[in-house]
Design a protein around this ligand. Structure first.
Ligand code: 13P
Ligand code: SF4
Length: 319
């Protein structure tokens, strides 16, 4: 623990010395979330992370999350140095939607608007008309529907399904999934709800439809956090990465939080509901990356300019 303390102190000093800010997601390690808050950075959902990075006046952004979040920061701030503790921290949605195949997929529907989730590579964003996060997907798709547009959606099939149900639009859908949220089990969730009849069920829309159907609240990590804080209820079953409990407990220390079941037979497998790529961010590699000012996120300028268009459209719409 003394070693942890020393690392934290060193990170704080390095952040100051380099005029750097931490931009962290709710799924990363508690220590990193706490550091981001203590040092004037941000802990946020992916939409707020993008907004914060775009508006920050720091010289350096250190993105503690997964690769698409680092890329988004770089796309909005080419003049800043964007660091990540580990550039191999990817996302199964990003991996499952390669740009070349996606371009071929889109070419079959030339009349459609291409709407992609933020959890994609810069190359895929460069093919899109719009980027959305789970924080603004419904509003943006409703807006497109009102304009009479037809839509190609990628890559998350469950999020796509939820959007279709909520907006009443039918989309051409890519069939990707998040390996973390796809594991939540509907039968076992139903069981847990019987045992905790007063608990409100909070679900991230990357979860399977049969889990989403049992939710009291469906939304981005930010929406789920707000629910824990603002609702009068004192017990919640949460279907998203359990590292969000750090912030939930901080905002509502007296409330009871239960992890939605991921294993069979009613077992709650904590280690299943955690993103392996988010877990690649730690105090040690964060300190190393600030010392070495590496690895940096780099994006070729023509690609950055293309990806910026669909991302900027999203931010302009959400502001
Ligand atoms: P949020 O935009 O809700 O933070 O989600 C990002 C993510 O990767 C969820 O798995
Ligand atoms: Fe991607 Fe799922 Fe990890 Fe979120 S939790 S970063 S969607 S793999």
């Amino acid at each position: 623990n003394q070693q942890k303390q020393l690392l934290k102190e060193e990170i704080k000093q390095l952040l100051k010395a380099k005029n750097a800010q931490l931009v962290a997601h709710y799924y990363v390690d508690d220590d990193l979330q706490a550091l981001a808050e203590e040092t004037g950075g941000v802990v946020a959902d992916s939409l707020e992370m993008a907004n914060f990075g775009a508006q920050s006046s720091a010289d350096v952004l250190v993105v503690c999350g997964v690769r698409f979040m680092g890329e988004t920061a770089k796309i909005f701030s080419p003049e800043k140095t964007v660091l990540m503790p580990n550039l191999d921290a990817t996302c199964s949605l990003d991996v499952g939607c390669p740009a070349k195949e996606f371009a071929e997929f889109c070419a079959q529907y030339p009349q459609h608007k291409v709407v992609v989730y933020a959890n994609t590579s810069a190359e895929v964003k460069a093919l899109a008309d719009w980027v959305v996060t789970s924080g603004n997907a419904l509003q943006i798709v409703r807006h497109l529907k009102a304009q009479g547009e037809k839509i190609i959606w990628a890559p998350d099939r469950h999020l796509g399904n939820w959007i279709e149900k909520e907006t009443g639009i039918e989309m051409i859908r890519w069939q990707g999934h998040c390996i973390v949220h796809d594991e939540f089990k509907s039968f076992e969730l139903n069981d847990l709800r019987q045992k905790h009849p007063r608990a409100k069920v909070l679900v991230h829309p990357e979860s399977p439809a049969a889990v989403v159907e049992q939710a009291d609240i469906v939304g981005s990590t930010k929406v789920l956090l707000n629910a824990v804080q603002s609702l009068d209820d004192d017990e919640f079953i949460v279907a998203t990465d359990y590292n969000i409990f750090y912030k939930m407990q901080q905002l509502a220390p007296h409330k009871t939080l239960l992890v939605a079941p991921t294993g069979g037979h009613g077992a709650t497998c904590k280690s299943c509901a955690h993103c392996p790529w988010m877990a690649m961010n730690g105090l040690q590699n964060l300190a190393e990356c600030l010392r070495a000012m590496a690895p940096v996120v780099q994006i070729e300028e023509p690609l950055r300019m293309k990806a910026l268009q669909s991302l900027q459209r999203m931010l302009d719409f959400s502001r």
